[in-house]
Design a protein around this ligand. Structure first.
Ligand code: PMP
Length: 287
């Protein structure tokens, strides 16, 4: 494996950062997870745009332009011969002193890792997942906006631990108001009376690239899409539920907190959107 670090492609063992890097010391940096389908980097422009917006929000001055970043991703994917896989794009603040002052950091690290992907078990896509609601709430947007895809994932990790302890693959996180936000690594959708519902970005969720794509696919299929504040109750009484994310794609949820969703099987709207999403990844559909 060859890893891109600051312009060079290095063998995995040599791809290292300083122990003084603020990415390590404080989770101070931004990242993206991106898919490769059939040798093509999927929705790369949207990921690059979000990366630069996240960087702007945390005042991280990017050392290279979006066009150079795009080229770096494509070069790394090609160098590793990845046809179907996953790219992790990371930009850290760089190394500085042990203090928090970003003025002491001078060398943001740009890292691109292209690898194969490990998925949820195929069975979960067929049968659907049983998930829980975590007691850990999603970061308050005024503390650290969930719209920023930062390296600080501790909030999500704490909720993921709750899921794992409960024997569930994922957990729903509520926001500071008690409304549904998202899962630890995925956005959440419900189907109710034929409409597709998802919490608005200002409920404190990541503006997911897959979320956006699925909303457009649904509109193209003639399904009404509404971004609305959702409560746990709405999840419990939904006809269908599914999650979206770069790694997860579209995955059905058939149980939440011990309540069966719909009839306990992946529903027709979920299955149709899943198929449309697969066609999109193969270039058979456009947005
Ligand atoms: N929410 C969170 C917290 C995530 O980490 C992710 C995965 N990056 C998502 C939602 C889904 O976003 P995307 O579709 O852009 O991968």
């Amino acid at each position: 494996m060859q890893v891109y670090v600051n312009g060079a492609l290095l063998p995995k063992e040599q791809a290292v950062v300083s122990v003084f890097d603020h990415g390590l010391l404080y989770g101070d940096g931004v990242f993206e997870g991106i898919r490769v389908y059939g040798g093509k980097v999927f929705l790369l422009g949207e990921h690059i745009e979000r990366l630069y917006e996240s960087a702007r929000a945390i005042r991280l001055v990017m050392p290279i332009s979006p066009a150079e970043m795009t080229a770096a991703v494509e070069k790394t994917v090609a160098a590793n011969g990845i046809r179907d896989g996953y790219v992790r794009l990371v930009v850290t603040r760089g190394s500085g002193s042990l203090g928090l002052d970003i003025r002491k950091t001078s060398d943001p690290q740009v890292i691109v890792i292209a690898d194969t992907i490990s998925l949820y078990p195929a069975e979960l896509y067929e049968k659907g997942m049983q998930i829980i609601t975590a007691s850990t709430i999603r970061n308050h947007p005024a503390a650290l906006s969930p719209r920023i895809k930062s390296l600080n994932y501790l909030n999500n990790i704490l909720a993921k631990i709750e899921a794992t302890d409960a024997g569930a693959p994922e957990a729903i996180m509520l926001n500071h108001k008690g409304d549904v936000a998202e899962c630890t690594g995925d956005n959440l959708f419900l189907v109710k009376k034929g409409e597709l519902l998802t919490p608005p970005v200002d409920s404190g969720v990541l503006d997911g690239v897959t979320r956006r794509a699925v909303m457009r696919l649904a509109e193209g299929a003639g399904v009404t899409v509404r971004e609305v504040t959702l409560q746990r109750h709405d999840v419990y009484v939904a006809d269908e539920c599914f999650l979206t994310g770069t790694a997860a794609e579209v995955i059905p949820v058939v149980g939440v907190d011990g309540r069966m969703i719909g009839d306990g099987k992946p529903g027709p709207v979920t299955q149709d959107l899943r198929q449309r999403f697969q066609r999109l990844t193969r270039g058979e559909l456009t947005l």
